[in-house]
Design a protein around this ligand. Structure first.
Ligand SMILES: Cc1cc2nc3c(=O)[nH]c(=O)nc-3n(C[C@H](O)[C@H](O)[C@H](O)COP(=O)(O)O)c2cc1C
Length: 383
């Protein structure tokens, strides 16, 4: 997935102080409140069981916060899940591998929410065949709900509303304990999880992750895909609660003053772009541990299973107070990334027949708000 919101924060850095011009009322009104409302509404507003389950599933992590899920509810007690094509990331995710992982995260939360209500979610993946080389109009999953009073609830579900992808700098004084890494890893259903907090190895992986990141932001078509998804300020975020959201009074003030330009964002030769490099590097340089997940195959179902496991790991990290943040650049399958793709596989001892599905950093970061979401209604496909 492409560059994070911090790069755009970096572009606006440079000593501009806005607070003096900002009235307190205006400052306090800049948070995109309605874009975050799905986090408060989950499980609360929907009388219909399927919509209630969806209200949790839409909080799943997903690449670039594109929220590609579309649910068809035209048959009673059933949900058919589709991928909305124009929510994919064709430049940085040319085979829809990452988008499909996000759909796996969605299915896991849906199944957990169902269990919580005493329902078994029987999920048939790709009932009309696995689409290759890209996802197509065929359904991703068909879900049948049946009541089962013996259903075991999943303790991870307690953390759905506080789970985050924490993209901030982590505390360099707080290593992630080996015991916590091991505990997080036990949340996965598949065995192929590995992790390290060994300082020398972490240092080497930071370096690889940064090289891949730099390649992404200096490859014009990859960068452009991100810039097109930047939402600046409350009204843009509330109008499109997805993509890369930049909010807060400083951002809005700079935008109003014309100091936050998409053209600068796209020009690696500009001084604004260069100034951001140390800011962009900070999350990489404060990675205190890494964890990665690989699969033996790379079928569409393997990718869904990886997504289901990934969100379980993210929830388990939340449970033990550890922040998590995917670094997907070196896993991306576009030509310019190839050397880093190979170097990362080599560094993580990924075998030829295996696929590296997720690579994330861990540490202790500051508390952050939930990322924007489209409301449930907008993610239901009308008949
Ligand atoms: C397959 C996948 C790849 C991701 N890759 C990145 C990444 O490279 N960089 C990043 O900052 N976030 C990455 N994320 C996290 C998403 O940006 C994040 O889930 C989304 O913005 C929603 O935020 P939330 O997880 O806090 O709800 C990835 C998530 C998934 C599921």
């Amino acid at each position: 997935m492409a560059a994070t919101r911090r790069m755009f924060m970096g572009i606006v850095a440079g000593g501009v102080v806005l607070a003096a011009t900002a009235g307190a009322l205006w400052v306090s009104s800049r948070d995109p409140v309605s874009a975050r409302r799905p986090w408060q509404d989950a499980g609360r507003r929907e009388a219909d069981l399927r919509r209630r389950l969806l209200s949790f599933a839409i909080l799943a992590p997903n690449p670039h916060n594109r929220q590609p899920w579309l649910a068809d509810l035209s048959v009673d007690d059933e949900i058919t899940l589709y991928c909305q094509h124009d929510r994919r990331l064709p430049q940085t995710d040319p085979h829809d591998r990452q988008i499909n992982i996000g759909l796996g995260c969605f299915l896991e939360l849906l199944a957990q929410a169902a269990a919580e209500e005493g329902y078994q979610a029987d999920i048939a993946l790709f009932p009309k065949g696995e689409p290759q080389p890209r996802l197509d109009d065929r359904p991703v999953a068909h879900i049948r709900l049946t009541q089962d009073t013996m259903m075991n609830r999943d303790p991870l579900f307690a953390h759905v509303l506080s789970r985050r992808s924490n993209k901030e700098a982590y505390d360099l004084a707080r290593p992630v304990e080996t015991g916590k890494l091991a505990e997080i890893a036990t949340a996965a259903r598949m065995p192929a999880i590995a992790h390290t907090n060994d300082p020398a190895r972490v240092k080497a992986l930071r370096q690889l992750a940064w090289q891949a990141y730099y390649t992404e932001i200096t490859t014009p078509y990859a960068l452009e895909e991100s810039i097109d998804l930047v939402r600046i300020g409350r009204s843009e975020i509330e109008a499109n609660p997805d993509g890369i959201d930049l909010s807060g009074p400083v951002i809005e003030g700079l935008s109003i003053a014309g100091l936050l330009s998409r053209a600068d964002m796209l020009d690696p030769a500009s001084s604004a772009f260069q100034q951001q490099i140390p800011i962009l590097k900070e999350p990489v340089d404060t990675a205190m541990a890494f964890l990665w997940l690989k699969t033996a195959g790379n079928s569409r179902s393997d990718q869904i299973a990886a997504g289901r496991d990934y969100v379980r790991l993210n929830l388990a990290a939340t449970a033990v107070g550890v922040s998590m943040h995917p670094f997907s650049q070196a896993l991306q399958e576009f030509a310019e990334m190839r050397p880093h793709f190979l170097a990362m596989r080599n560094a993580l001892a990924v075998e030829d027949n295996e696929t590296l599905q997720m690579f994330v950093r861990l540490g202790y970061g500051p508390a952050i708000e939930g990322a924007p979401r489209w409301p449930v209604d907008t993610r239901i496909r009308s008949a």
